[in-house]
Write a protein that binds this ligand. Structure first.
Ligand SMILES: Nc1ncnc2c1ncn2[C@@H]1O[C@H](COP(=O)(O)OP(=O)(O)O)[C@@H](O)[C@H]1O
Ligand SMILES: [Mg+2]
Length: 457
């Protein structure tokens, strides 16, 4: 087997446009080649043979007329009417010049054919020259009275300008290909746009899709928009449900807490109170998650202040959190109320829950603010990272038995926060502490429509 030959697939262009070009250009190219070979080789050769053949009939007649004349009559003979009519020019006693041999220019396809026919059909043929004068073929022949030079007009021997047709066909196909390419580009544009919209949706942005192009492409675009709307409706419903649940259960919980506070102090009462606190936190999570969608409450937020406060809170509770802040940080971001604190709290809470200490690093690059939180815990395997950010996903239930508060919304809330503000949430391997590193990136100057067009899931 020949293994190192590239497969056909690897040679083929990868893009749709490239393949379409191939589909258009290759047949035209093949057609050109076939046309050139068949038409020129066969049609022109045959036409040339026929034309030269009939012209040579005249030449033969003239030559035999000369042969028949007596030497004395030769001088007054002149050219016959027939020879004059076809433009024949005959000169007696012109010797073949010493340096002349059969000659045709390399590009003169018809000339080669003419030469073959001349050689075979001219009586007393000596030499023919088709190179010196493009309009005439000159033949030397031997008659009874000595050599004669016959000059024949080229347009009587072969069709003139045989390449004209080829040039015409080439130019025509070039124009056709250009038109086809332009058309293809227009056809591919809606596919590209749909791809871009799907990709943007994957990143959480809902860009408008205009259905255009061929019927199938238009149908795909409409199906995509349909699907996106459905997903968005479902998300909205889920959030509505969660927020309703959160609100409705809060009242009975508050009542229970009140009733408990009036009961006799006991271990059971303390345990129940802890449970109630857990449930309240859970409901807070629901509400936080559902609230991610609400457009209201945007305002300038000082990220440095938020991070410092958060870290201070954890330090006061005795948790080991290191803080590293760059010098030239922006002093305000346009964010929704309390969402940055909520997101960072979730991430830092995770870090200290799955690890023992955390490291927070705030930096600014060009138009972005990055807040990286790292821990010394077990981290998350790369293949599980995307899933960990989905709502209601908990990777390892046995890792944390303290269920109640843990429904797997922490990272999802942080991810939503990032997306609704035109930013990103990335999970990587830790650099300094070796556990998980969660990086929240926010645009320093978010485009005004980033807030409204972002999707929340
Ligand atoms: N810092 C971390 N180290 C290791 N695993 C983590 C870390 N943060 C999150 N995870 C994993 O990701 C899952 C989802 O996290 P999260 O959304 O905060 O939900 P929850 O904390 O409620 O389980 C967690 O169940 C946990 O398995
Ligand atoms: Mg968590």
């Amino acid at each position: 087997m020949v293994r190192n030959l590239p497969s056909i697939k690897s040679i083929l262009p990868r893009s749709f446009f490239g393949r379409a070009v191939l589909i258009v250009v290759v047949p035209i190219l093949l057609l050109q080649i076939v046309l050139s070979v068949v038409f020129v080789q066969r049609h022109y050769e045959r036409v040339t043979q026929q034309m030269t053949g009939s012209m040579l009939d005249v030449v033969s007649v003239e030559l035999s007329r000369l042969d028949a004349l007596s030497a004395s009559a030769l001088d007054q003979a002149g050219t016959s009417d027939l020879a004059q009519a076809v433009g024949l020019d005959m000169k007696m006693s012109v010797l073949v010049p010493a340096d002349v041999e059969d000659g045709v220019a390399w590009y003169d396809l018809a000339g080669r054919e003419i030469l073959t026919v001349l050689r075979d059909a001219v009586p007393g043929y000596q030499v023919a020259m088709l190179r010196t004068d493009p309009d005439r073929a000159v033949v030397w022949a031997l008659t009874r009275h000595g050599p004669v030079q016959v000059s024949i007009p080229r347009n009587r021997l072969a069709p003139t300008n045989p390449h004209q047709l080829l040039v015409l066909v080439f130019v025509a196909s070039l124009i056709l290909v250009l038109i086809a390419l332009q058309y293809l580009r227009l056809q591919i544009r809606p596919i590209r746009r749909l791809g871009a919209a799907a990709e943007a949706y994957g990143r959480g942005q809902s860009v408008p899709v205009r259905a255009g192009g061929a019927r199938e492409i238009r149908a795909a675009a409409l199906a995509f928009v349909d699907m996106r709307n459905r997903i968005e409706r479902q998300n909205a419903q889920r959030k509505l449900m969660l927020s309703g649940l959160g609100h409705d259960m809060r009242t009975p919980l508050t009542r229970m807490r009140l009733m408990l506070s009036m009961a006799e102090p006991s271990d059971d009462r303390d345990a129940l109170e802890t449970e109630i606190t857990g449930l309240e936190k859970l409901l807070d999570g629901f509400l936080d998650y559902a609230r991610g969608e609400e457009p209201a409450g945007q305002g300038p937020v000082d990220p440095v202040q938020v991070v410092s406060d958060l870290v201070a809170r954890y330090r006061n509770a005795g948790r080991p959190v290191a803080l590293e802040m760059a010098a030239d940080l922006p002093d305000s971001l346009w964010l929704r109320d309390g969402q940055l604190d909520r997101a960072l709290d979730n991430i830092l809470g995770n870090a200290l829950e799955y690890g023992t200490r955390a490291h927070v690093c705030v930096a600014a690059q060009q138009d972005k603010l990055t807040i990286a939180i790292e821990d010394d815990g077990p981290g998350i395997a790369p293949e599980d990272r995307a899933r960990a950010c989905e709502p209601f996903v908990r990777l390892d239930k046995s890792r944390n038995q303290n269920a109640g508060v843990h429904v797997g919304l922490g990272l999802a809330i942080a991810m939503n926060m990032a997306r609704t503000h035109g930013g990103q949430l990335g999970l990587t391997d830790g650099v300094t502490l070796g556990g998980l590193r969660v990086v929240l990136t926010l645009p320093v100057d978010p485009p005004p429509d980033a807030l409204s067009s972002a999707r929340v899931s």
